[in-house]
Design a binder for this molecule. Structure first.
Ligand code: PAF
Length: 283
């Protein structure tokens, strides 16, 4: 597909467009994003396209998932660049509401996720999943998609959104798409743009270290000792503060029982200078 992608900024034309597609018998896919799109996002659009004849990409830098000391103001924004990229991958429309459309004066309701939202990211960003769940719930009711695609890069976010959809009986399917990586293993992320050349050279160590954790745990190593050794290895590689390296149940994200045979996931978050990187791999 080529040609400019239409950008919709208010609710009524969005709903009319999606209702028309549904009347025509087309399934509708949604890829929620905060813009600054990279190859990983474009893969999410391709994944949505396999499941739906029409694909909407939302671009909204969601203020409610940033704490006051975080990077909301400097989060990269490039609408023209995003639209050019989306034109090449088969996106039918971009939903890009103003803040006043998403959160009009008097807005006062918030989703409070628990379960998969507990621990890990929430220990360091307590506001985060409430903001994500609230905006995703709104995006789902605004767009009305049959399916929404999220990257596994934000693995806990994916689990939280799946739990919310299950718990609230929201009428759509949530699909997780594999993380897209640079050639050296670094998971693609809009925040990689913050890394200095020196930090960028250190960053792939996170994927290397968590892959080693997955191999060791698969081979029967003690989980707590392996997590501790991995934190030390990240420090040794040049990372600053290590928020966590954790092996968790892949569905509930709870700490697995020592003898658990459930599928496991290794998740990590750590700082390089002022940039916080997260990544995860299956065991
Ligand atoms: O992963 C993101 O880009 C955001 O957290 C999301 C899902 C678009 C909600 O703002």
């Amino acid at each position: 597909m080529s040609g400019p992608v239409p950008v919709v900024r208010t609710l009524q034309p969005l709903r009319e467009m999606v209702a028309r597609w549904h009347r025509e018998g087309s399934a509708v896919g949604l890829v929620p994003t905060m813009g600054a799109l990279h190859r990983g996002h474009l893969e999410l659009v391709r994944e949505a396209r396999k499941r739906a004849a029409r694909v909407v990409v939302s671009i909204f830098v969601n203020p409610t998932q940033f704490a006051p000391n975080e990077d909301f103001d400097r989060y990269p924004r490039d609408e023209a660049g995003d639209l050019a990229k989306l034109a090449s991958v088969g996106c039918d429309a971009v939903w890009s509401p103003e803040r006043s459309v998403m959160y009009p004066d008097g807005f006062a309701t918030r989703i409070v996720p628990a379960g998969a939202a507990e621990g890990l990211e929430s220990d360091f960003r307590p506001h985060f999943f409430g903001g994500v769940a609230t905006v995703c719930c709104k995006l789902f009711t605004q767009v009305g998609p049959d399916v929404a695609v999220f990257g596994e890069k934000d693995f806990q976010q994916l689990a939280v959104v799946k739990q919310m959809v299950r718990d609230l009986n929201l009428p759509l399917e949530i699909v997780g798409a594999e993380t897209v990586r640079e050639a050296d293993g670094l998971a693609m992320s809009s925040r990689n743009a913050y890394l200095s050349p020196g930090e960028r050279a250190i960053a792939p160590a996170m994927h290397r270290v968590i892959t080693e954790v997955a191999d060791k745990v698969r081979g029967g190593a003690d989980i707590a000792a392996t997590e501790r050794a991995a934190s030390a290895a990240l420090t040794e590689a040049g990372f600053g503060k290590i928020d966590y390296v954790a092996v968790r149940d892949a569905i509930s994200l709870q700490v697995p029982a020592p003898t658990s045979r459930a599928s496991l996931r290794v998740l990590a978050a750590a700082w390089l200078g002022k940039t916080r990187l997260i990544d995860n791999v299956p065991v």
